[in-house]
Design a protein around this ligand. Structure first.
Ligand code: 4G4
Length: 243
């Protein structure tokens, strides 16, 4: 997969090209990053690509011409004409969207700084505006890295264990269950007994119940849409903590 990112701060992306599972996947040639700095298309020797907003107000706006030039470089090389703009005004990113994007061979991401980019870029191109959450950060780079990481996790060779992406939270529409490892006792807290029994069926039932209880408690939005199977209704009715 070729991921092209239009950014003023390409160096930041070493966080995903050099570390962890995404870093190993890059080293193994499973994906490739190309950053394009719109500064190289500035109309001035100092490389400024921002200007004051028409209509006044605080902050600066990224100018359309250097962004369009950078997009054109990405379009040219990848043979695609679609791009994604990470912005607080975007449609919220979901598990389903990351899965859909993981089936593409190319991704082009546009990272805004200052107050964002000139709106005419969004009108003149096939650009999907995506938000990773209802909060604002200083630039689109961190959101872009989160999107890339989430997308790469769906590609089968990226995670060592083929099963883990499937087992991840959200595949089922439920939050993940709690995890424990050695030691058996820490700070006076013991690992739940059932996990030490070796009874795989009981362990699976306990984990499933924990996922249900957590989702109900923490994510009423997900819970409202979740339709319980008869077995799940049974699991919840058997759980002592849910009376
Ligand atoms: C576009 C417009 C994305 C991009 C304005 C980007 C949060 C998200 C940015 C800005 C972002 C998100 C600097 C206000 C960069 N913040 N939730 N910041 N701002 O996905």
């Amino acid at each position: 997969m070729l991921v092209q990112v239009i950014t003023l701060f390409g160096e930041m992306f070493s966080a995903i090209t050099e570390y962890g599972v995404t870093g190993r996947a890059a080293k193994n040639g499973l994906w490739q990053l190309e950053t394009i700095n719109p500064r190289q298309f500035a109309d001035n020797r100092l490389g400024y690509i921002d200007d004051r907003p028409f209509g006044g107000g605080a902050g600066m706006v990224m100018q359309a011409p250097p962004i369009q030039a950078a997009l054109n470089v990405a379009f040219e090389k990848s043979g695609t004409k679609k791009a994604i703009y990470l912005s607080p005004q975007g449609v919220p990113l979901t598990h389903e969207k990351t899965l859909e994007l993981s089936k593409q061979n190319h991704l082009i991401l546009l990272c805004g700084r200052y107050e964002g980019i000139d709106e005419r870029i969004l009108q003149a191109n096939d650009i999907e505006e995506i938000a990773i959450g209802d909060f604002v950060v200083s630039g689109g780079e961190l959101p872009a890295m989160m999107l890339i990481d989430a997308v790469l996790r769906h590609r089968s060779q990226v995670l060592g264990d083929e099963q883990s992406a499937q087992q991840d939270s959200f595949c089922s529409g439920l939050l993940d269950y709690p995890h424990y490892t050695r030691p058996v006792e820490f700070n006076g807290q013991k690992v739940p007994d059932v996990l030490l029994t070796g009874n795989h069926q009981e362990i699976a039932k306990w984990r499933h119940t924990q996922s249900l209880l957590r989702t109900k408690a923490r994510r009423p939005d997900l819970w409202a849409w979740y339709s319980l199977t008869p077995q799940e209704v049974q699991l919840l009715s058997e759980d002592k903590s849910n009376e």
